[in-house]
Ligand binder design. Structure first.
Ligand code: NG6
Ligand code: CA
Length: 506
């Protein structure tokens, strides 16, 4: 009896922690997920951009895999990030559209998320940069403890902006507190009524250094009018020019201070989202004005993070993922020379549409994967989506997902690591309304709604008639085959209806 008991004890000590996930396995890679904001497929050198130097993004591609048919889950930020974190298509849930800066957290604490799954696997997890998934519950007091937020859905640490660069409150939040807040100058935020006595872009255009082209005419912070009103918190307000450096600094600290555990670090870059206010050292680095220069700044941030991995001797065993939350937009609300100086540059590459669009440019984004210990360099045309990261990384770290967890997330680990070219069978693309990809077929059901997204000039893909494209022959979605091929339209319409009705895609 003694020997089996001792053997049992040994088994428990040796295997138990690995099974329960309490102790990290040393063979698991660190995971660095860099998520750019509004960066288009065609903006990156290794995807063919000639006008914007991106040597560091290209550096990831040189030693890794470059995906050409990878998608953000939606054509705007909040729903893409929601799906990335939860493994569920955002359009299944109400309230997952672009959020105001004072929105409540839209992911229920306790739910299985990308960070909570990795936490369970023994990872230390951090979120730095853009959040835009809401904070707190209703009527959040920005001067107290800001929760629930990232820390309640699986991150051990965070340093974030609440929403976007163009939305108030223009302050950083570290864990549960606004950074640098003077209690004598409390912050108030409103998206309904003007608040306090601060100048607005609408009433005081003379005080602006960048004019809005549409919207963006409320409280002025750092010479730029934003969406929403805020008052107070003067000492805590961010400086747009140093935002990228600030995120790099915090992300670098996180990597350097990691405990003896593998880490998962999510870095939401702000660039090249509006307002585009790169640090002076990047101004004029391209001929494209602020948008091009902001991409050079994003590239420098990527380079700085890769350098920290190098310095910490973590390059070989860190899985680096680099992608963007939606396609590109040129005029997204400020007059910043992006339109005038675009020249022949095509921010969305060969794809039609862009941010806000059901056409390919809405969601087809750069997607790079590097893990020198495991991936051979190359490129892949497999159809993949960021919603798949939850299930794929769960497999990587040996975590099981129950059927309801990450219901739309498919395990494409072998695809991500370049061991197969096989990706998804089909994917729902989401902007205002849905579209469906299956193989190289693309269906956009007939829809009302504007053909162009506000004053951005980006085509939305809305049209009263159904559109059917064969991307293998017509990547630019110019030749509608719907009348020629009604059977295909019917087949894809039925498949979209099944997925929409909750047919699990995992
Ligand atoms: C739009 C804003 C746009 C941008 C976008 C969200 C106006 C007129 N336009 O409503 O500037 O902020 O929301 O972008 O307000 S995202 O990348 O966060 O989805
Ligand atoms: Ca975005």
């Amino acid at each position: 009896m003694r020997i089996p008991f001792l053997f049992f004890l040994w088994l428990l000590l040796a295997v138990g922690p690995a099974v329960s996930g309490a102790e990290p396995r040393t063979d698991r890679p660190n995971i660095l997920l860099i998520y750019a904001d509004d960066l288009g497929w065609g903006d990156v050198g290794c995807y063919g951009s000639q006008a914007i130097p991106t040597p560091n993004m290209d550096r990831i591609a040189r030693a890794g895999l470059r995906f050409t048919d990878a998608h953000a889950p939606s054509a705007t930020c909040t729903p893409s990030r929601y799906a990335l974190m939860t493994g569920e298509y955002a359009w299944r849930r109400k309230g997952t559209g672009v959020l105001p800066g004072d929105a409540a957290l839209i992911i229920e604490p306790g739910r299985t998320t990308l960070p909570s799954m990795l936490q369970r696997a023994g990872y230390i997890t951090g979120a730095i940069g853009k959040w835009h998934l809401g904070l707190g519950t209703t009527n959040l007091n920005w001067n107290g403890a800001i929760q629930p937020g990232p820390l309640e859905i699986g991150f051990d640490h965070c340093f974030i902006m609440a929403a976007t660069g163009d939305r108030v409150p223009c302050v950083y939040i570290e864990d549960h507190r606004v950074v640098g807040l003077d209690p004598a100058d409390p912050i108030e935020v409103s998206y309904a009524e003007p608040i306090g006595t601060e100048p607005t872009g609408k009433a005081n255009p003379d005080q602006l250094r960048i004019r809005p082209s549409h919207g963006h005419d409320q409280t002025i912070v750092n010479g730029i009018s934003r969406i929403g009103y805020m008052s107070g918190g003067k000492a805590a307000r961010w400086n747009d020019e140093s935002m990228s450096d600030q995120f790099v600094l915090k992300a670098s600290e996180f990597i350097r201070n990691r405990a003896k555990k593998p880490f998962f670090l999510y870095v939401g870059l702000h660039d090249p989202h509006v307002p585009r206010v790169p640090h002076p050292r990047f101004v004029g680095k391209t001929q494209l004005g602020a948008r091009g220069d902001a991409i050079v700044q994003a590239d420098a941030a990527v380079g700085a993070l890769l350098d920290v991995l190098e310095e910490q001797k973590l390059t070989d065993n860190t899985l680096v993922l680099f992608t963007s939350d939606n396609g590109a937009v040129v005029d997204d609300g400020y007059v910043d020379q992006a339109v005038e100086r675009l020249g022949t540059h095509r921010p969305n590459g060969p794809w039609r549409g862009g941010k806000y669009s059901k056409l390919e440019g809405g969601t087809r984004v750069p997607f790079l994967v590097r893990w020198p210990a495991q991936t051979a360099p190359g490129s892949s045309d497999a159809l993949i989506c960021q919603v798949d990261l939850l299930a794929s990384l769960a497999t990587l770290v040996g975590q099981k997902l129950e059927p309801g967890q990450g219901p739309d997330s498919q395990d494409l680990l072998t695809t991500l690591l370049g061991r197969t070219r096989h990706g998804r069978d089909h994917l729902v693309e989401h902007a205002q309304g849905l579209a469906l990809r299956q193989g190289t077929w693309k269906l956009i059901p007939g829809s009302t709604g504007s053909p162009v997204a506000w004053q951005t000039g980006n085509e939305t893909g809305n049209h009263p008639d159904a559109q059917l494209y064969d991307l293998s022959r017509d990547p630019g979605e110019t030749h509608n085959l719907a009348t020629e091929n009604p059977k295909k339209v019917e087949e894809l319409t039925a498949l979209l209806a099944r997925v929409r009705q909750g047919h699990p895609t995992r």
